[in-house]
Design a protein around this ligand. Structure first.
Ligand code: SPV
Ligand code: MN
Length: 553
């Protein structure tokens, strides 16, 4: 380690932790840790490896420091975010632009100089008296063309614990790969009151595109604080743009067709529009539910789940619709519940299929029915964006190839939005450009509770990735169009909409109908069924749907 870094770390990084950092012999990493220590001023630095002992240590820390509390079921914990910290905060999430760079008017940006001064100002001394965790991770399967190294630095054991469940370990990859490229994330929960970030007005999530680095401060909500989730997606979109692949807000699933055939689909849906429930359809297998990288490998479109777990919306998860998830949420094993209602050590959520207690602890602290917030609004028992965090491998329906270093072949791409009156429930595009433009790029959806702000407002949400775009929109669309150029077989493109309503407001399709749409799409990829040429795409024949409804439901 260079003497200037060693000097900066003296007294804070000692013994085993010092040996662990030195063993990686990575000057960029040394510089990152030294800068974070000088800026945030922690009492001590812990370098985490991939060992089970380190995972146990983090689980214990999260409980000891009060960020998580154990629930009655062994292995289950609950975590609360602040009252004003219950979703991704688009307003304070900004790209820091170096002079002369323009990302277009649709992206939230500010000058790099001003942004760095502001966010580094909020991080100054933010970890005083606390432990700073340095956790290396791998996005995508390890030892794979998809692998991407990352380092999360944070003072939150909850953040590291969540990332342990959601991502592959990365220390061994740093040992193997030496000093290659990696993404850097620096997070501090900031000043805490009752274990939650106490200064929401100083919440900032700033993305330094010049340095592949993200700063996040005065927030705990996973989507703002876990670097590896949507913050890494933003950096990956830029890296993919430079290198000729795609980073998408997509699930990946295996759909089981006739004669034991498995066809893989990648699907982009805005948050809270049926993405996880599609990936979790009974009888099918899940590869991932949120973020996928797509690459052309030997002329074939292949994709990999960037993650290894699920940070899922818990509202409406009930045994009748989601038996596989429900089993994990009610059995011993590692689960973090966030922002649910807790009473007598049991978690409760909206739409769980049973009556909720009239008092308990929730995202507002001790709660009772009728409790009013500072603005005079009644506080609901559970926040709509309450979530569960689990390891994918705890699910009974995980696909056999979920960890395949080569990813899985992509048979079809699906775009889905929340659209009460326009899109049909399922259709196929005429070809790749038609699908990319009219189904992906033109996707419109009603806003949901997954981001702060008003829900139910119809907005463009191209490829369900607009929130995370880090390059100009036109460039992103042409990258998607061009992707097919490197392929021998081009994936089919489909559009679905589960949210059509009649004039009287009643749903026009049932919750479970998506199980049929997906089987129809699987048949179409193999040309097993014909379709009608409609004005906006290929539509199913009634007879094929009738047969599938009988068989599937
Ligand atoms: C989403 O909102 O799309 C999520 C959760 O997957 S978050 O981590 O907040 O992005
Ligand atoms: Mn998502």
């Amino acid at each position: 380690m260079k003497p200037k870094y060693a000097r900066a770390l003296r007294g804070r990084l000692e013994g085993r932790d010092k040996t662990r950092l030195e063993a990686l012999a990575n000057e960029r990493l040394d510089a990152f840790v030294a800068d974070a220590v000088q800026l945030c001023g922690p009492a001590v630095v812990r370098i985490l490896t991939d060992s089970e002992a380190d995972r146990r240590y983090i689980r214990r820390q999260a409980i000891e420091n009060g960020e998580e509390a154990p629930l009655a079921t062994p292995g289950h914990t609950v975590h609360f975010d602040g009252y004003q910290d219950q979703g991704r905060d688009k307003e304070v999430t900004r790209y820091l632009l170096p002079k002369g760079v323009n990302l277009g008017a649709n992206l939230n940006t500010m000058s790099r100089e001003r942004g760095l001064a502001e966010v580094r100002g909020f991080l100054e001394g933010a970890m005083r008296g606390r432990v700073m965790y340095v956790a290396p991770f791998c996005l995508g399967p390890t030892n794979s063309p998809f692998s991407l190294s990352c380092v999360q630095i944070t003072d939150s054991a909850y953040v590291v614990h969540s990332e342990h469940l959601l991502y592959r370990p990365g220390y061994a990859q740093f040992e193997r790969a030496g000093g290659g490229d990696f993404f850097r994330f620096l997070h501090s929960a900031g000043r805490l009151e009752d274990h939650v970030s106490a200064e929401p007005d100083k919440k900032r999530i700033y993305i330094d595109i010049d340095e592949d680095m993200v700063y996040s401060v005065n927030t705990q909500y996973g989507g703002n604080s876990m670097g590896l989730k949507k913050l890494a997606l933003r950096l990956a979109i830029r890296k993919a743009d430079r290198e000729g692949w795609l980073a998408e807000h997509m699930f990946v699933m295996g759909v089981h067709g006739p004669r034991r055939r498995v066809t893989y689909f990648a699907g982009a849906f805005p948050s809270a529009c049926g993405k996880t429930s599609t990936a979790m359809l009974p009888g099918e297998t899940i590869v991932g539910d949120d973020i996928a990288y797509l690459r052309a490998i030997d002329g074939q479109a292949r994709c990999a789940n960037v993650e290894a777990g699920i940070f899922g919306i818990i509202q409406d998860v009930k045994a009748a619709d989601d038996p596989v998830i429900c089993k994990v949420l009610t059995s011993p094993g590692e689960v973090i519940f966030s922002n649910v209602l807790v009473k007598d050590g049991r978690p409760y959520w909206l739409g769980m299929g049973r009556e909720l207690p009239t008092e308990g602890v929730n995202f507002s602290g001790p709660w009772h029915i009728g409790k009013i917030d500072k603005q005079g609004s009644e506080i609901p028992p559970v926040h709509k964006n309450a979530r569960y965090t689990i390891d994918l491998r705890s699910l009974g329906n995980v696909d056999a190839r979920f960890d395949d270093p080569q990813g899985v072949p992509v048979g079809g791409i699906i775009y889905g939005g929340r659209d009460s009156d326009t899109w049909v429930p399922v259709q196929e595009s005429f070809d790749w450009p038609h699908g990319i433009l009219t189904m992906g790029a033109a996707l419109e959806s009603e806003t949901t509770f997954a981001t702060l702000g008003q829900a139910g407002v119809r907005a463009f949400c191209l490829m369900s990735n607009l929130d995370f775009l880090a390059i100009p929109i036109g460039k992103y669309i042409s990258n998607n169009l061009n992707f097919a150029g490197g392929l021998k077989t081009v994936p089919r493109v489909f559009a679905v909409n589960y949210f059509q309503r009649a004039r009287d407001g009643k749903w026009l399709t049932g919750m479970r109908d998506k199980a049929v749409w997906i089987k129809w799409m699987e048949r179409r990829v193999h040309d097993d069924v014909e379709a009608i040429r409609g004005p906006t795409g290929w539509l199913p024949l009634l007879g094929d749907l009738e047969a599938l409804f009988r068989k599937v439901l």
